[in-house]
Design a protein around this ligand. Structure first.
Ligand code: GTP
Ligand code: MG
Length: 370
């Protein structure tokens, strides 16, 4: 068969039709459920969803069979949750992230200097938690707008002496739109003006009803500054994660999302990737957005050189041809030639859709249509 409809593709990818249509809009293609898609579009879409499409022989354009890779239950094992911290300005997001990081540094690797690589991992009771150190709303918005789902849990920080503010509401809306569970950290409980009940009351208006009031939202009271309640917060994260049953298949080629990237004078393009499935190894060929390369060196969040990285691991890698963008999909292929091929085709399609999109609709318009 030469083609697949939008409906068939979404079924094969285990995605909602609306999600597939949204991605297509993103690529500048207006489509309905019965629309037939060509191989090129299918491959691009699948790449964006982090699924590799293989063509089975015969490979001529009009007669191919698509193999969409999926994980069988038996291939899956538990993976650490990926957590993002959000909240209003000055409510203590950075202080909280630092406090958690330092707690783990002093507990775990004594004397270890944690290097900032856009994300870090911490360990509680032998279980890992990955924190995305891009707590800004902008990063979250960009990633979500580009269709990348990287977060499993959102921690909403609300200062006990201040209450629900505009960016608190914004964060709630983001998390809800992305279907990510929210865990509330009421911060600054050490302050004289702290009023915990008032915060709970205010958040109840956003359907975030505390468990102790009969709801299902977890609230944790903390002081990032005095390092109070951090253990409890970490335990609650693990609890929420347990319910989610987060799994991945470490025994295949890696895929993930670009968290940030820049050009380093000495090392060339450097990219921070969150591995979401599979295992990434030094020497692997990959596509990152419209860039490609082979992993030359890989460094973990502690600044240590590593040879491989499994699901939910944030890593810094070098070996790309150019600098990709935050939110770009990252996908490994069997060889560099294929990676280069995919990257180049992505570049052409995206350029075309950008030309079209600029004159027709903005991204905002696109989302309003869904
Ligand atoms: P932005 O990045 O600007 O949005 O702010 P933020 O949410 O990262 O807040 P940040 O961590 O920078 O903290 C803002 C101020 O609140 C700083 O002066 C912190 O020292 C203070 N602060 C943070 N947590 C606590 C706390 O638990 N107790 C007290 N008393 N002060 C805190
Ligand atoms: Mg901050």
């Amino acid at each position: 068969r030469g083609e697949m409809t939008v409906g068939e593709l979404s079924k094969s990818l285990h995605k909602d039709v609306s999600e597939v249509i949204k991605k297509l809009l993103h690529l500048g293609v207006m489509a309905n459920i019965n629309q037939e898609l060509d191989l090129e579009t299918i491959q691009l879409l699948a790449t964006d969803f982090g699924v590799e499409v293989e063509m089975k022989i015969p490979v001529d354009e009009d007669n191919f069979e698509l193999i969409l890779e999926t994980d069988e239950d038996g291939d899956l094992s538990e993976r650490p949750p990926v957590v993002t911290i959000m909240g209003h300005v000055d409510h203590g997001k950075t202080t909280l992230l630092d406090a958690i990081r330092q707690t783990s540094v002093t507990e775990g690797e004594a004397g270890g200097i944690t290097q900032h690589i856009g994300a870090y991992q911490t360990e509680v009771h032998g279980k890992k938690i990955t924190f995305l150190d891009t707590p800004g709303h902008e990063a979250f918005t960009t990633m979500r707008a580009r269709g990348a789902k990287v977060t499993d849990i959102t921690i909403l920080v609300v200062a006990a002496d201040d209450g629900v503010m505009p960016q608190t509401v914004e964060a709630i809306n983001h998390a809800k739109a992305a279907n990510v569970p929210i865990l509330i950290a009421i911060n600054k409980i050490d302050k004289p003006g702290a009023n915990i009940d008032r915060i709970k009351q205010e958040l109840t208006e956003y359907a975030l009803v505390p468990e102790e009031w009969g709801g299902d939202t977890v609230y944790v009271e903390v002081s990032a500054k005095q390092r109070l309640g951090l253990e409890h917060l970490l335990e609650m994260i693990l609890l929420v994660a347990e319910v989610q049953e987060l799994k991945a298949n470490p025994n295949k080629r890696a895929r993930g999302t670009v968290i940030e990237a820049q050009l380093d004078k000495g090392k060339g393009p450097v990219v921070h990737v969150l591995i979401q499935n599979g295992t990434l190894r030094v020497g692997d060929s990959f596509v990152a957005g419209v860039c490609f390369g082979r992993v030359r060196a890989m460094v973990n969040d502690k600044g240590k050189k590593i040879k491989e990285a499994g699901p939910s691991t944030p890593v810094e890698i070098t070996g790309l041809n150019e600098v990709p963008q935050a939110g770009d999909p990252f996908l490994c292929y069997e060889d560099e030639r294929k990676a280069r091929n995919i990257a180049e085709r992505r570049a052409i399609t995206l350029r075309q859709s950008e030309i079209g999109a600029n004159t027709r609709v903005t991204l905002d318009d696109l989302y309003k249509q869904i």
